[in-house]
Design a protein around this ligand. Structure first.
Ligand code: IFM
Length: 467
């Protein structure tokens, strides 16, 4: 197979970045790739794993495209060693994955499952042995079904069960993890899972969704407290999906619409975590029941904040609505490609939250139907997408935002939830029939780009040292 260096001029700037971006992303910047348990592991009935809400949801007719589920996915549970070797060969610094709660605690309460815990021990040690930092997330949407039967995230008790599970993981893996995040994208669990019915458990109840968001935040606070005690050296945080919001015009209605959308999406999580209160200007009627002491618990100091950015939200109150311009087009998800939104978002966070910890882009990427020719998987659109977002990220750094790393979503094509397997986000192509992994052009570009950034940085260090 050809490598990207034989496709591109080796003297060209690393990752095609501008000299300014080089300067900001060259030194001490962490490069990674990300996945999540249910989307890649498969092996849902193996070694004592309990059922999760996604197993049940995907079985319900009409919930996912073609009724597809993560039952096999990328079979990563059995192929983890090969996948770790592939990650190491990409030359990235870090790998972000999630732990399947039902694999390590089948019912979500009570006994833990030694075989499930062993799997993550092997994965973490395997990564470390290959020089790749392991970054784990405790909850990426696969709640044990048993807890759902007891009320799921709508029940306050689930927050306490989660803290117990978090504590156990911190004790077992905290000495070797490079970071441990409580939740991935709580907005999705609350809104897509409990208001829009698109994700498990498929509820459509806005009041329940508000309560769920509060219980997720509460569980984060409880888990942070428990984990601080048991894994003092491990950096702890949370990962939020965020957007930039653009108003279609200067009209009062569009401007107000954009402000309340931002309050519902971004501030709904940021304000409790960093200001100790929910925003009041969301324009929504549904607020959760909050008990005394909850907000203080939620507002725990964090070592890092993970941001997932894919696109912007466009607000038009006109009839008919003014469509988003989509000057750079859209991805296969129908999401507008809008890299400058990443810069806007990050600069806004720095402006609004004095207590902001160091940031990591924990997810950014595009779904793209890649074309295969001559055994090569051409995904130049993905390369362009990432390069533009890296430029935006470098600009945010130039404007003073403390961003320490970038994880591409995703390492490999995988189960895209209700969209099934048709949407391909991977740097690595997966042939689901054979489970063969093939590096796409973007993977080669990422690998060679990271390597030459490092070489440049090393060169600059040499120059600085020896003149
Ligand atoms: O695949 C998802 C991931 O699980 C969470 N963030 C967004 C990705 C793309 O939709």
């Amino acid at each position: 197979m050809k490598t990207i260096s034989s496709l591109h001029d080796p003297a060209a700037p690393a990752l095609g970045l501008s000299p300014e971006a080089h300067q900001h992303l060259g030194r001490d910047f962490l490069w990674g790739v990300a996945t999540s348990a249910y989307q890649i592991e498969g092996a849902v009935d193996v070694d004592g794993r309990g059922a999760s809400i996604w197993d049940s949801f995907a079985r319900q007719p009409g919930r996912t495209v073609n009724g597809e589920s993560g039952a096999v996915a990328c079979d990563h549970y059995h192929r983890w060693a090969e996948d770790v070797a592939m990650i190491a060969d990409l030359g990235v610094d870090a790998y972000r994955f999630s732990i399947a709660w039902p694999r390590v605690q089948p019912l979500g309460l009570g006994g833990f499952n030694a075989k499930g815990l062993d799997f993550y021990e092997r994965l973490v040690d395997g990564l470390l042995a290959r020089g790749v930092q392991p970054h784990a997330t405790l909850y990426h949407w696969d709640l044990p079904q048993h807890l759902q039967d007891l009320g799921g995230w709508g029940s306050r008790d689930t927050a306490f069960h989660f803290a117990h599970y978090a504590d156990l993981i911190a004790r077992r893996l905290g000495d070797r993890l490079a970071s441990l995040a409580t939740h991935n994208e709580p907005w999705c669990t609350a809104v897509l899972g409990h208001e829009q019915g698109k994700f498990a458990p498929g509820e459509r109840d806005p009041q329940l969704a508000a309560q769920v968001s509060h219980h997720l935040l509460l569980s984060h606070g409880l888990a942070m407290t428990a984990m601080r005690a048991s894994a003092a050296a491990c950096p702890l945080g949370i990962v939020l999906n965020q957007v930039s919001v653009s108003a279609a015009s200067d009209s009062a209605a569009d401007q107000a619409g954009a402000r309340s959308e931002y309050a519902r999406f971004v501030r709904w999580y940021m304000d409790p975590l960093f200001l100790g209160q929910y925003p009041q200007d969301t324009g929504i009627a549904h607020y959760p029941e909050i008990r005394s002491g909850d907000m203080a618990l939620i507002q725990q100091p964090m070592d890092f904040l993970g941001i997932n950015y894919y696109s912007r939200t466009w607000i038009s109150s006109a009839e008919p609505a003014v469509p988003a311009p989509k000057a750079l087009g859209e991805t296969d998800m129908g999401w507008e490609i809008y890299p400058d939104g990443l810069r806007e978002l990050l600069v806004g966070l720095k402006r609004d939250y004095a207590l902001l910890p160091p940031l990591f882009i924990m997810e950014n990427g595009m779904a793209n139907a890649d074309s295969v020719s001559d055994g090569r998987i051409n995904d130049s659109a993905r390369i362009d997408y990432v390069r533009r977002h890296l430029e935006a990220l470098a600009q945010a750094k130039a404007e003073g935002v403390d961003v320490r790393g970038y994880f591409y979503w995703s390492l490999m094509d995988n189960y895209e939830w209700d969209s099934g397997y048709a949407k391909r986000f991977g740097l690595v192509h997966v042939d689901y029939a054979s489970q063969k992994r093939t590096l796409k052009d973007s993977a080669l570009w990422y690998r060679d780009g990271i390597a030459s950034l490092r070489a440049l940085t090393a060169g600059r260090r040499e120059e600085a040292l020896h003149g």
